[in-house]
Design a protein around this ligand. Structure first.
Ligand code: CDP
Length: 240
């Protein structure tokens, strides 16, 4: 289990979790919230993606659970402020290699949910995420943050949208990066990832019981941000 000691003066209301299916807008919302509050933004999907990219590079089989778990224990993933103005919100490094865009390739999309199934992989990455989260003043984004990684978080959001809306948003993101886009392929890839993520035995994608559900269909980012800020402010005010 990933039961690291909880710091005594931890304020749960300074830990915000955002979970939800692929391309539901978690990253955009998380970054906006973190910036407004002066908190750290941490996207846990980056870690699963970086591990998957490295495993593909090294020719490791996606069914080789033991080797993937061992790699998860030692892969030196770092997320640092952006070093280039090419649309990135941050740099992602494996050792001294900049993998910021490499981890967004379709080949990673198509394999990341398999790598994320394995207990040893999840244990290694979740422990690192939990350590970062327990420092507080953090917005952490993923699939199992409110349920497994940081269940003591005081503010939990589950951000959802229809499959079609999410596929449209992902296509727009890819087009902005000049990637080749096929709407049907993107939709299928997201659908398959959601299926695997929500039906797995360990830490499946689902809203925490105490999460606030936001349906982002038909809402723009400003409206979603306002809704989330209202939740955060009213919770933090209630307790002060
Ligand atoms: O950005 P997008 O919503 O497409 O996905 P992501 O957040 O980058 O996550 C990529 C994949 O990593 C997910 O489809 C999950 O399989 C896995 N993941 C996970 O299992 N647990 C997390 N906390 C975060 C991501």
């Amino acid at each position: 289990m990933i039961n690291l000691d909880t710091s005594q003066d931890l304020n749960p209301l300074e830990i915000i979790t955002i979970d939800g299916p692929a391309a539901s807008g978690k990253s955009t919302l998380g970054q906006r919230l973190a910036q407004a509050l002066g908190y750290l933004y941490f996207d846990t999907g980056v870690m699963y993606r970086a591990l998957t990219w490295l495993a593909l590079q090294q020719g490791i089989s996606m069914t080789d659970e033991e080797t993937l778990a061992a790699l998860a224990e030692k892969v030196p993933i770092e997320v640092t402020p952006p070093s280039k103005e090419d649309g990135r919100a941050y740099d992602v490094w494996i050792g001294n290699q900049d993998v910021t865009w490499a981890i967004r390739q379709p080949q990673v999309d198509d394999n990341v949910s398999i790598v994320s199934l394995y207990r040893g992989v999840r244990q290694a990455l979740s422990a690192q995420q939990r350590r970062i989260g327990l420092r507080g003043k953090v917005v952490m984004v993923g699939r199992d943050i409110g349920t497994v990684v940081l269940p003591e978080a005081g503010i939990k959001i589950y951000l959802d949208a229809s499959l079609e809306e999410r596929a449209r948003r992902r296509c727009a993101e890819m087009q902005a990066r000049s990637q080749n886009v096929n709407y049907e392929e993107v939709l299928q890839s997201i659908r398959e990832r959601d299926r695997i993520d929500s039906t797995r035995d360990i830490a499946p994608l689902r809203p925490a019981e105490d999460a606030v559900y936001i349906d982002s269909d038909g809402k723009d980012i400003d409206q979603i941000f306002e809704a989330a800020m209202q939740i955060v402010c009213s919770r933090q005010k209630q307790s002060s």
